[in-house]
Ligand binder design. Structure first.
Ligand SMILES: Cc1cc2nc3c(=O)[nH]c(=O)nc-3n(C[C@H](O)[C@H](O)[C@H](O)COP(=O)(O)OP(=O)(O)OC[C@H]3O[C@@H](n4cnc5c(N)ncnc54)[C@H](O)[C@@H]3O)c2cc1C
Length: 500
């Protein structure tokens, strides 16, 4: 039987009512390989939060029916790495009403949690002030449900399908783009987090866990093992939560450059001590000076630094664009670690556990630089490091967990599609080294500096443009803007698919 006939039979068998097409590992061969794709045919590569949210926004806002395929190897769209590669003890780092997918209905997820009974079924999610920090896997279920509901019914009459598999390399054609054998008029690249990779030369040892997001990555660690964790951000928090949940009672030493751990929440209101929307200092040092002044002012009237940081976050998209490139670079190089620790705060369940660990003496967080890992006898590992104020030495551990986070360089991403798109010049790195270069609407800019018509970047990969598009509300807003720009730009059957 011809390959395409076999494919279409299998596709017909496996297409479900929920809009999912299950093709593990492969992209669907194209019916339109020869003919130019219809202008309403849209492909989305990556069905993590960004790709799924973009598909949903498009179907909700278009005035004409669109034909949208979402490529994603996971069983359902919506989870991605953040909400898919997690254990039940891993919680959202903000309460439900901060997980805003639709700005017009900011409590959509919180209301769903209550209506579905998910919050009541998880009493450990509630903290002293009555807010609920949900499990990340629950948010994945919510997103998968949103995708299914939108596929079943949406105002534009669009068709949404999940194609379960990895999309092939992207190529440009006269009237659009191809990925593998499929052809689209518009293509959205929504692939973000690379799997972590050891920042030191690899050593062969089962005691070194390079990727803590692998399923059961920590399961083989003995309960009394001495552990060194490299990195002190939210991934470290996840690892400590999992270890203690799994009965680990041995000592845990955390080492990171600055020893900065995620700070606790203290309210989500924005302070008015800072107003950078209209006018903002034009250098990194003046910005810092202004920020310190605003924090002093806020504290003098009984407020806290968190309110001022919330204000920076709200105003960031506006003032970031006005900062000179050299100053943006300085901010990324020198201030980003401090911003990350204060901006990406941890759930109270997490900060309480870290505090308990410090008090009880099983957790130490150190500032210092790791140089190398060296295998020792009986499966142990030496972590060679220099404390920030001290002499080079080694800590010996039964297990070393790499919590340095997603690999930041797209040229070495674990996602082949990003590596090949970069190598072919379809996309290029942004000037800050944070992700992919885009124009104001979210269109990719190619290596030659030309805007790539019909190729869009959704999600945190476009963050250099906004200053910070990592937290969910910012990612959601970025995907909404990409959807809006794409829909405004589309013309199908002579009618613009303008936003409704
Ligand atoms: C561990 C973690 C926890 C977080 N927790 C929170 C939180 O509590 N609150 C908050 O506000 N923010 C949180 N964030 C931030 C934020 O929500 C994420 O950055 C956001 O989910 C980004 O999702 P994404 O879809 O852009 O990327 P990803 O999650 O990386 O998804 C990309 C998807 O692309 C797929 N893919 C890759 N290659 C291909 C291919 N060739 N074809 C098809 N598909 C492909 C992958 O399978 C993956 O599912 C967290 C981030 C992380 C990493």
């Amino acid at each position: 039987m011809a390959k395409h006939q076999a494919f279409h039979r299998l596709a017909a068998q496996s297409e479900r009512m929920d809009g999912n097409l299950h093709m593990p590992g492969i992209a669907r061969p194209g019916k339109n390989a020869v003919k130019p794709p219809p202008s309403n045919r849209i492909g989305i590569i990556g069905g993590g939060f960004s790709g799924t949210a973009t598909a949903i926004h498009l179907a909700r806002m278009s005035s004409v029916p669109l034909d949208i395929d979402v490529f994603e190897p996971r069983e359902e769209p919506g989870a991605g790495l953040a909400y898919g590669a997690c254990a039940p003890e891993h919680r959202l780092n903000v309460p439900a009403d901060r997980m805003v997918v639709f700005r017009e209905t900011p409590r959509h997820f919180a209301d769903w949690l209550r209506a579905s009974g998910e919050d009541a079924a998880d009493p450990a999610g509630f903290v002293a002030d009555g807010t609920h920090y949900s499990r990340r896997a629950v948010f994945a279920r919510y997103m998968a449900g949103l995708f299914r509901d939108t596929a079943a019914r949406n105002p534009s009459g669009s068709r949404l399908r999940h194609i379960r598999g990895e999309a092939g390399p992207i190529e440009r054609i006269a009237d659009g783009w191809t990925t593998g054998d499929e052809t689209y008029a518009q293509l959205i690249l929504a692939v973000t987090h690379s799997r972590p990779a050891l920042p030191w030369p690899r050593i062969v040892s089962p005691a070194v866990i390079e990727d803590p997001w692998r399923d059961n990555a920590l399961a083989a660690i003995a309960p009394d093992a001495e552990i060194v964790i490299a990195g002190s951000g939210l991934t470290m928090c996840d690892a400590v939560m999992s270890l203690r949940e799994g009965g680990h009672r041995g000592p845990i030493q955390v080492i990171s450059r600055r020893g900065l751990e995620p700070r606790p929440h203290d309210g989500f209101a924005s302070s008015d001590a800072l107003s950078w929307r209209a006018e903002c200092p034009q250098t990194a040092s003046l910005l810092l000076h202004d920020l310190r002044r605003a924090i002093r002012m806020e504290k003098s009237r009984g407020g806290n630094w968190q309110g001022v940081l919330n204000a920076v976050r709200d105003q960031l998209p506006v003032f970031w664009a006005r900062l000179p490139l050299a100053e943006r670079r300085r901010i990324v190089r020198h201030l980003r670690p401090f911003w990350d620790a204060h901006r990406f705060r941890a759930a109270p369940q997490v900060t309480d556990l870290l505090e308990t660990g410090r008090r009880e003496g099983w957790l130490r967080i150190n500032a210092g630089r790791i140089h190398a890992l060296e295998a020792r006898d009986r499966g142990r590992t030496d972590v060679v490091w220099t404390p920030r104020c001290g002499a080079r030495g080694a800590s010996t551990a039964d297990a070393v967990i790499n919590c340095t986070g997603p690999h930041p360089d797209i040229a070495r991403s674990s996602h082949a599609i990003l590596r090949t798109a970069l190598a072919s010049g379809i996309i290029r790195r942004d000037a800050l080294g944070l992700g992919i270069d885009v124009d104001a609407d979210g269109r990719a800019i190619a290596r030659d500096g030309e805007t790539a018509s019909g190729l869009w970047i959704a999600g945190p990969m476009a963050r250099a443009h906004m200053g910070d598009a990592t937290g969910l509300p910012e990612v959601s807003e970025q995907t909404r803007r990409v959807a809006e720009a794409l829909a405004s730009h589309l013309v199908t059957d002579g009618k613009p698919a303008c936003v409704t």
